[in-house]
Design a protein around this ligand. Structure first.
Ligand SMILES: [Zn+2]
Length: 169
């Protein structure tokens, strides 16, 4: 199945189930529809431009999406923690990473519910749930509800928005 087909199916699925599935899940998050929440780590736009590499800035601060399969580290299989590239805040563990076949690193759960925030994203005519770092607000990716059985969620992340810290044990 091509990504395009999958994306369309995902979109229809989300539209059809938004009233129950995602809405229920999002009900626990106070950040829905409120992207301007205060973050512990803040910088001016100019500072972010200096702190981040251009591709990191495009994703984290401008909500761009990296090209699928563009990351040489996509098949990172070592145990460890993926952290926000903007503030080094741990967001995902290798333990919840799975092969989605989409070309983006995918996880079925974040490290915990506090490390990320979500907002409703209606860009490009799609209704999606945007995922960002709860510490600096950097855009990380989107979450869809067509993930594996464990949680049923698929956190579709941009590899460039995260750094990988291998476990030391
Ligand atoms: Zn961050």
């Amino acid at each position: 199945m091509s990504w395009g087909t999958r994306s369309m199916m995902t979109r229809r699925f989300i539209l059809a189930t938004s009233a129950v599935g995602l809405a229920t899940w999002l009900g626990s998050s106070s950040s829905v529809l409120a992207p301007a929440e205060p973050f512990a780590v803040t910088h001016t736009d100019e500072e972010w431009r200096k702190l981040l590499k251009p591709d990191q800035y495009a994703v984290l601060r401008q909500s761009a999406t990296e090209r699928p399969f563009s990351s040489p580290l996509l098949n990172e299989h070592c145990p460890g923690v993926f952290a926000c590239a903007g503030c080094d805040h741990g967001v995902f563990s290798s333990e919840t990473k799975f092969e989605s076949g989409t070309g983006w690193p995918s996880f079925w759960a974040p490290l915990n519910e506090q490390v990320i925030g979500t907002t409703r994203d209606t860009a490009f005519g799609m209704i999606r749930v945007e995922v960002h770092c709860s510490r600096c607000g950097g855009h990380l990716g989107h979450v869809f509800n067509d993930g594996p059985k464990v949680t049923g969620l698929r956190y579709c992340m941009n590899r460039v928005a995260m750094t990988f810290n291998p476990a030391t044990t």
